[in-house]
Write a protein that binds this ligand. Sequence first.
Ligand code: ZN
Ligand code: ZN
Length: 379
Amino acid sequence: MPSPTGPLVTSDRVHAARALAAESGTDLLVLTPGSDLRYLTGYDAHAMERLTALAVPRVGEPFLVVPRLEAPMVDVSPAGALGLDVLAWDETDDAFALLAGEATARLGSAPARVAVGARTWAEHVLGVQRALPGSALELAGPVLDRLRMVKSAAEIEELALAGAAIDRVHARMAEFLTVGRTEAAVGADIAAAILEEGHVGVDFTIVGSGPNGASPHHELSDRVVRAGDVVVVDIGGETATGYRSDCTRTYVVGGSAPADVAEWYAVLHAAQQASVAAVRPGVTAEQVDAAARDVIADAGWGEHFIHRTGHGIGLDSHEAPYIVAGNDLPLEPGMAFSVEPGIYLAGRCGARIEDIVVCTDDGVRSLNGGPRELVELPG
Ligand code: ZN
Ligand code: ZN
């Protein structure tokens, strides 16, 4: 059934990448399995020692270098419909020499500048360098980030589905998060629910109870949840199309929040709302960060907000644009990112509120729902 928002992967992406690379003077892009390759071609290849790479020369058509035993998988992936040239190599071939020779032939001379993906394995980067000894290597990030950070309508709907799926997990938190259970046991149930509610993979389950909540990236431990604990639950997963969810809510289990916690939590809540409300085209990423940070700092809690306000999200959980001081990138319609300020009191507890939002033509759309207040669970 055709999607009302159009296909997820189209061949204009790889041509747009070629145009952007050419504009910046890059002669050849080389992208190995991962989100950049999946974004440009729809091919969700698994990373391994055998070389799979999309080569995008500045002139001429892009081509895929793949191990012959995996060539059938390209055909059945969305990449099969894009009409890319596929160069299959046999087990005893030099795949890097194949890539270098073909790119040089298409360009008419060896590339002076070759850009590789940020997460390309070192053995593959060094293989490319060996096969093209006269080429200068650089990162393809500027080209790929530029394309990937502005989502199409179809991508935004995928992120909205992911957001609704993770919201359903948070809505079930009373089932999992109860007094007397360890964070690890709670996390195992949450991971199962992430899969039940519409994901194909679990990216992370952070259950930071009591003092563990003061460590923003604490995952799980054997600490037993006690009555009255403040618990940070930050969870996310991968959907079938590769798009990610990421949502944080903070709970109080088996009791009410102490008065002082309620007081600074109200500051955090106001900060998160101010930051979301600041999102619109033309506002810079650092202004969205400042909108949250100023509220927290003005209330005297600035030193306890120890991370950036957010990160882009798409085929990766963390990608451009980063919502951080120093990033003067103006927001554009279609940019999707988290807004997740937190307050952390070492040795005691922490709290964070995180929504995924999209910059629209005239403002902002939140892809998460559910209460942002401290949620009291019966315990
Ligand atoms: Zn998160
Ligand atoms: Zn996040």
